[in-house]
Design a protein around this ligand. Structure first.
Ligand code: ATP
Ligand code: MN
Length: 312
C-alpha cells in the first residue's frame, strides 16, 4: 500500500505491524511522527542525527544509520562531521517535516541526536545527565535523584529540564552556551561524584556493572562530542510504543509523592494528547541561555557540603 499523506513523501507498507504486543502499525508510527513533527523538529534541527531502523518492526532486526543515504530527496539536508573514529560522515540534518517523515518511512523508529549543532562539534548546546536505574531500582529512584540534582544545580544558578528516556530511566538536559565538551563532561562528573558521596546507597557514578544494582547510575560520560542521546519525542523500539517524553518538575514531585512513578511511561497516543494540552515542555531546553559557573568539575564536587557519612 502506498499513500501520499504529505505532498513530498509517499508512505509505504502502512499495515505492517511494528509493535506486535501493542498492535501498533507502521501507519500508526507515521501518524505519530506526522503529528508530533512540528513539536519535535526544533529538537532535531541542525543536529547530526543517528537513526535506528527496524524494517520488520521492534521484534525484528535493526541497524544504526549514521551516514545519510546517498539517494535522498532534495529537501533532506546534511551536516558533515569529521571524527577520528569514523572519518567524515554526512549525517542527515532533519530540519523539516518531509525529512522526518522520509526517514520514518524507511523504518527509522528511533531518532538520536548529538549535543551540538551544525558541524560545531566542539560546542555543546546542552549538558545531559543520563540516569539509569539498576534493578531493582526503578524510575522512581531516578525521579528522587533528579529532584536532588535540580536543587544542586539551582544553587549553582542553573536550570535543568527532564524527560523520560522512553526506556527505563530519565534524561536531564541543562542548556549551556559558550562551553566545551571537556567542561560539560567534567562538570557532569563533578555533580555525579558529589551525589555518589552524599547518597552512596542510591547513586553510582561508576560504569562498573556491579555498582549499579539497586542504584541509579548517573552516566556523566554522555557529555561527549561522539555520543548521542535519544531525541525528545522519539519513539523507542521497546515492547510498546513508548516515547522519550518531556515531563514537568511538579509532575515528577507529584508522581513521587503519590508513589505513582510507573505512570511516567508514555505511549505515542498519550504524548500527542500531552502535547495538545501542555505544549512542548522541553522548549526551554532549546531557548534558555545559561553558562556553566566558572568552577572545575572537582571544585563543584568538593565545594558543596558533604553528608555526614562522606569520606574525607
Ligand atoms: P534507558 O533509560 O533505558 O537507559 P537510554 O536511551 O537512556 O534508555 P542508554 O543505554 O542509557 O539508553 O544510552 C543513552 C544514550 O546513548 C541513548 O539514548 C543513545 O542515544 C546512546 N546509545 C546507547 N547505546 C548506544 C549504541 N549501542 N550505539 C550508539 N548509541 C547508543
Ligand atoms: Mn539511560
Amino acid at each position: 500500500m502506498t499513500m501520499a499523506r504529505d505532498s513530498k513523501v509517499a508512505f509505504t507498507h502502512l499495515d505492517k505491524v511494528y509493535y506486535p504486543d501493542a498492535a501498533f502499525t507502521k501507519g500508526d508510527m507515521m501518524h505519530y511522527y506526522q503529528s508530533v513533527g512540528p513539536t519535535m523538529l526544533p529538537h532535531l534541527a541542525k543536529r547530526p542525527v543517528t537513526v535506528i531502523r527496524y524494517p520488520d518492526g521492534v521484534a525484528g532486526g535493526f541497524f544504526f544509520e549514521k551516514r545519510c543515504p546517498e539517494k535522498r530527496p532534495a529537501f533532506m539536508k546534511t551536516v558533515s562531521v569529521t571524527s577520528e573514529r569514523y572519518g567524515t560522515i554526512a549525517f542527515c540534518a532533519v530540519d523539516n517535516l518531509p525529512s522526518l517523515l522520509w526517514l520514518a518511512n524507511r523504518a527509522a523508529i528511533e531518532f538520536h541526536t548529538y549535543l551540538f549543532r551544525g558541524a560545531r562539534e566542539t560546542a555543546p548546546t546542552m549538558m545531559v545527565f543520563d540516569l539509569d536505574p539498576g534493578a531493582p531500582a526503578t524510575i522512581a529512584d531516578c525521579v528522587e535523584i533528579a529532584l536532588i540534582i535540580r536543587g544542586l544545580l539551582r544553587e549553582l544558578g542553573l536550570e535543568c529540564f527532564a524527560k523520560t528516556s522512553g526506556g527505563k530511566g530519565l534524561h536531564l538536559g541543562v542548556p549551556v552556551q559558550g562551553t566545551t565538551f571537556a567542561a560539560t563532561k567534567a562538570f557532569a562528573r563533578g555533580i555525579a561524584t558529589t551525589l555518589e558521596r552524599r547518597e552512596p546507597l542510591r547513586v553510582t557514578a561508576s560504569m562498573a556493572k556491579a555498582a549499579r544494582a539497586g542504584r541509579v547510575f548517573f552516566d556523566w560520560s554522555q557529555n561527549d562530542h561522539g555520543k548521542t542521546t535519544a531525541c525528545a519525542y522519539t519513539l523507542r523500539a521497546r515492547r510498546t510504543p513508548t516515547v522519550s517524553t518531556p515531563v514537568a518538575w511538579d509532575e515528577l514531585e507529584l508522581a513521587l509523592r503519590r508513589k505513582r512513578c510507573t505512570s511516567l511511561s508514555f505511549t505515542a497516543a498519550e504524548v500527542l494528547a500531552r502535547v495538545a494540552r501542555l505544549g512542548d515542555l522541553f522548549a526551554p531546553a532549546l531557548t534558555l541561555r545559561q553558562r556553566l559557573p566558572a568552577v572545575r568539575g572537582q571544585a563543584v564536587a568538593t565545594s558543596h557540603r558533604r553528608g555526614p557519612h562522606a569520606s574525607p
